[in-house]
Design a protein around this ligand. Structure first.
Ligand code: HEM
Ligand code: HEM
Length: 181
């Protein structure tokens, strides 16, 4: 008979989305910090921001798909072997990470469309300016996009350390294990 725990593992599509988004988010943080340091004569002065905007917009689309997919096919229940505080901590951290995956593209979009709006999605289409935003909203978006990534990095570090602890120290394969088989 099949092991009941194995029947409720995270599906391949959800796992793939998790890893794709994780790589994109970590890559975009690095790219964001590198691109704002580039001077005008650097050969990547134009291409680095263009890649940042395109990948950021891709995150927005993928998060949308992720949310729809998770509503249609919810992840397995959390593991009953987790301690109560671990359960609540992981729920809070996952929620905050998800919020960042939504807010970073939105704030980036607002920063771009309030300015010169030279962003395109891999040259396929230009970002439309959907709203005329006031200066305080633009300033808030710029503040968020510039300073909140430091908080995001903190949550990502906690998240990775917790995942590694379950895997390597507790040697626990949780019901929501994201590791490739
Ligand atoms: C090396 C990096 C990473 C590792 C090893 C990792 C590992 C994991 C694991 C094992 C889980 C399942 C936890 C459980 O519920 O028991 C998980 C869930 C999750 N992770 Fe990561 N993760 C990484 C990076 C990231 C990044 C960068 C983000 C977002 C910025 C992220 C967002 C999430 C979210 C939102 C969940 C909840 C389930 C879901 O919605 O897919 N992870 N991760
Ligand atoms: C989706 C995840 C995203 C992440 C994690 C991210 C991260 C970052 C980071 C770390 C910086 C450097 C901030 C600084 O030190 O000034 C940055 C800058 C920037 N990003 Fe993003 N970004 C994302 C999406 C986007 C999108 C979708 C756009 C626009 C379409 C965008 C537009 C910008 C712009 C214009 C800057 C330079 C201005 C500023 O500092 O606020 N970003 N981003």
């Amino acid at each position: 008979m099949a092991n009941p725990r194995q029947q409720k593992q995270v599906g391949l599509f959800s796992k793939s989305l998790h890893w794709l988004l994780a790589l994109l988010m970590i890559g975009l943080l690095a790219l964001g910090w590198v691109m704002v340091q580039l001077d005008y004569f650097n050969p990547y002065y134009d291409s680095a921001p263009a890649l940042h905007y395109s990948l950021g917009i891709l995150v927005f689309f993928l998060v949308f798909i992720k949310i729809i997919w998770q509503l249609a096919k919810p992840l397995p229940e959390h593991d009953d072997r987790l301690k109560k505080y671990e359960l609540y901590a992981s729920k809070i951290v996952h929620f905050i990470l998800l919020l960042f995956m939504i807010m970073m593209p939105i704030s980036g979009y607002l920063v771009i469309t309030a300015g010169t709006n030279d962003a395109s999605f891999f040259g396929l289409f230009d970002l439309p300016t959907l709203f005329k935003i006031s200066k305080p909203v633009r300033d808030a978006a710029t503040f968020f996009h510039t300073y909140f990534p430091f908080i995001l990095v903190g949550f990502i570090v906690v998240h990775i350390l917790a995942a590694l602890k379950h895997k390597l120290i507790d040697k626990m394969q949780t019901a929501r294990d994201m590791w490739p088989k």
